[in-house]
Structure formats: structure tokens, C-alpha cells
Design a protein around this ligand. Structure first.
Ligand code: ADP
Ligand code: MG
Length: 388
């Protein structure tokens, strides 16, 4: 059942198109009580006239006890301050109150996420280890640089490694490694439900120079929509059963594909840079991960272009995000140069300071963590901790 917190008469009718039948309530204590009384209530939509501070307090108090409950905030006007406060408090979405289609979409996404979280709480299948997702909510910060180089270095170190490009619309792993993939993540769709080692082998393109296998993004961006989150989970789980390491490159937002990847990952590599928007996005991403129940100890934060002097210092970033930086990567012209040549930097110039830092991520933070046999109990999903 969906709860609508709104004081205006006729509110249930106004949003009927997007929300269907709702329980209309007029105050935070009433919403609280309704959530306590009914475990089936898993979506709360908060009307445009409700005070944001009061709404935020409610979300903050509920999200620790019932993380599967989705909150959507309606506002007459969307502005950055409101969005930031709302997302920080744990709202899943902020939607303009007169945009019924956007509200419908937000409701659908929230229900999907609730269903996935509920699946985990009832003890969904245990994930295998060694799926590592490289993520940042901002573009151009170095996700593809990190994922291709970390994966290449692991492959060069004789670890069976596959790199999966989940930036399904704009993926550039193939091109930055000079590969000509004939298949892509999209080809997993037709094998959905029965993907096995043989099927997996058909999806990969082999990078001769390093021994790395790559599953590329589709060349046609419109195919991204045809790949469901379920296909992504299946693909990554099957890959984890056949390789030592599965490295996942991502688009710059929490798409359903990214959530599915985080969900089966044992480690997230998150990227910061020394600019305010990137730090803000990282902070929001960390808070979103917290709200989803992802354990802090399964994250490694990397500062890319760490030596660029732009007014922000490492300490400012650490203070803003409230988490330590594991590795700092310097800025260097050698990085775009290697991308243009289509040869990963760790392969082309292993002594370059950027390569040294990238190897440190792979050797210390990935192999150091997973290199020794991992007990099954330790190989758990990032989100499974809530189910304990
Ligand atoms: N440490 C670095 N020094 C210099 N250029 C870098 C560095 N890291 C990334 N770049 C460049 O920045 C651009 C964006 O990097 P990329 O890895 O594609 O980011 P993302 O995948 O997050 O969008 C690329 O041109 C890349 O060569
Ligand atoms: Mg990229």
C-alpha cells in the first residue's frame, strides 16, 4: 500500500494516475504509525506543501529501521538545494508535483528497488566473491581508466580476469583497448535464465597482449534498455564462477544496472577528484550506499588527479566525505595518450607514476584482500549484511 502524506483536500485524486489507490495521511506521526502497523506499506509519497525539514526527519528516522521503504518527495519547483537536502536525508527521488509521468517512473523505480532489497532480506542467493565495481556518480573522473588498467594488471599477474563494461549506452572500454568486439553484454539477454560458462565464453573478447577478457557494451546505445538488472546480476554471478576477478566499469549514475552490480560486488572502488561537484556527488553516492545497507568496509576510495592544484586539498575531501582515501593517482598526460593509442598504461608504461598507483589499487586493495582463499562466509554480497 502506498502512503500519501499531504494536507490538501483532493490530493489522493490529484495523484491517482501515478499512485493508484493511496492511504492519505496528514502528519509525520500518522505516517510513522501506519508504517509500524503495516509491514506491507513500502512507499511513502510526500506532497509539495509538506515542510521539507519535517519530511526529512521522518525519512531519516525510518530508513535505519526499514531501509526497504521508499520515499518520494513532490515539490512545486525543483532546485538544487531542495534536491541535495532530500537525497541526503534518504529520499529516493524528488519529482515536480505536476509531472505525472515522472512520478509514475519514480514509483516504478522505487518499487523495483524495494523488491530487490526485500529479496535480500529474505536471504537471497549468496553472491560470490571478487566482483569489483568501479563507480563514481560523475562522468570523466576516471572510471574507465581505473577499471581497464586494474583489470589489465590483474590479467598480467596471471589472475583470470574479465572486465565488464556496464556503461551500456556510452561504454568505451572496447575502443580504449583497441578491441573489435563482435558480442556484448546485450547478447546475454537471449541466454537469460540459462547462462553458463559456454554462453559466457561467447560474450567475451580476448585482449591478446594482457590475457584479459572483456565483455563490451553494445555498440548501439539504444540496446541498453533491453538489458534488465536481472540479466546483469546473472551475467556477473556466472562470470564470478569462471574467473578469479570480475571488474565492472559503470556509467556515471545509479542506474538499475549499477545497483545490480553493487549488489553482487564484494568491493566498490569509488573515485573522488579535487572539485566540489565531484566531492558532492561522491558524498551523495556514499550516503545512498549507506541507505542501501552497503558496508563501509567494502569500499575503497581513490583520489584521481590528486596533484592538480585547484584550491581543494586531500584533507578537504576526506573531511567532506567522512572517509579515508586509500590511493592517490597523480594527473598525467600519459593517461589520455595511452587511451588514444589504445594500450592500457600499466601495459605500456608500468613505471609511470600513474601505473604505480593503479597497481597499488590492484595489488594492495584487491589482491591483498581477496588473494588468499576467501571463506564462503566472507564472500558475501555488499548488501547482504542487513539480512544477518
Ligand atoms: N590521472 C589522470 N591524469 C590525466 N588524465 C586522466 C587521468 N585519469 C583520467 N584521465 C583522462 O580523463 C578522461 C576521463 O577519464 P575516464 O576514465 O574516461 O572517465 P570516466 O570513465 O569516469 O568517464 C580521459 O580522457 C582520461 O584519459
Ligand atoms: Mg567511462
Amino acid at each position: 500500500m502506498t502512503i500519501l502524506w499531504d494536507n490538501e483536500p483532493g490530493a489522493s485524486d490529484r495523484y491517482h494516475f501515478a499512485l493508484g489507490h493511496v492511504q492519505l495521511l496528514g502528519s509525520a506521526p500518522l505516517v510513522h504509525r501506519a508504517l509500524d502497523d503495516d509491514a506491507q506499506s513500502d512507499l511513502v509519497v510526500i506532497g509539495p506543501m509538506v515542510n521539507l525539514d519535517e519530511a526529512s526527519l521522518l525519512v531519516e528516522s525510518v530508513r535505519g529501521v526499514r531501509p526497504e521503504v521508499g520515499f518520494i518527495l513532490l515539490r512545486h519547483r525543483l532546485d538544487v538545494t531542495t534536491m541535495t537536502q532530500a537525497l541526503r536525508s534518504g529520499f529516493r527521488e524528488v519529482v515536480a508535483s505536476d509531472d505525472a509521468p515522472a512520478l509514475s517512473d519514480a514509483v516504478r523505480r522505487s518499487r523495483d528497488l524495494t523488491a530487490r532489497l526485500a529479496g535480500h532480506q529474505s536471504g537471497g542467493p549468496a553472491a560470490q566473491g571478487r566482483i569489483i565495481t568501479v563507480f563514481s556518480a560523475k562522468g570523466g573522473v576516471g572510471k574507465t581508466t581505473l577499471s581497464t588498467n586494474i583489470a589489465t594488471h590483474l590479467a598480467l599477474s596471471n589472475q583470470r580476469t574479465v572486465l565488464v563494461d556496464l556503461d551500456l549506452s556510452f561504454g568505451d572500454v572496447g575502443i580504449s583497448m583497441q578491441l573489435m568486439p563482435s558480442n556484448s553484454v546485450h547478447d546475454a539477454v537471449s541466454m537469460s535464465g540459462s547462462l553458463d560458462g559456454e554462453g559466457l565464453a561467447q560474450l567475451v573478447t580476448h585482449h591478446e597482449a594482457s590475457g584479459l577478457d572483456v565483455i563490451a557494451a553494445p555498440t548501439d546505445p539504444s540496446l541498453a534498455d533491453r538489458v534488465s538488472a536481472q540479466v546483469v546480476s546473472e551475467l556477473l554471478r556466472v562470470a564470478a564462477a569462471h574467473y578469479d576477478y570480475v571488474i565492472v566499469d559503470t556509467p556515471p549514475s545509479f542506474t538499475e544496472h549499477v545497483l545490480a552490480a553493487c549488489d553482487v560486488s564484494s568491493l566498490l572502488v569509488l573515485i573522488a577528484t579535487l572539485d566540489i561537484p565531484a566531492v558532492k556527488n561522491l558524498k551523495l553516492a556514499l550516503e545512498t550506499l549507506d541507505a542501501l545497507g552497503s558496508p563501509k568496509e567494502s569500499r575503497v576510495i581513490v583520489l584521481n588527479r590528486a596533484d592538480v592544484k585547484v584550491g581543494l586539498r586531500d584533507e578537504d575531501v576526506v573531511q567532506a566525505i567522512g572517509a579515508p582515501i586509500a590511493v592517490s593517482i597523480p594527473a598525467s598526460i600519459t593517461v589520455p595518450a595511452s587511451v588514444n593509442r589504445g594500450v592500457p598504461l600499466v601495459l605500456e608504461s608500468p613505471r609511470d607514476p600513474v601505473s604505480v598507483a593503479l597497481r597499488e589499487i590492484a595489488d594492495k586493495h584487491i589482491r591483498g584482500r581477496f588473494g588468499t582463499p576467501v571463506e564462503d562466509t566472507q564472500r558475501r554480497s555488499l548488501f547482504s549484511r542487513r539480512s544477518r
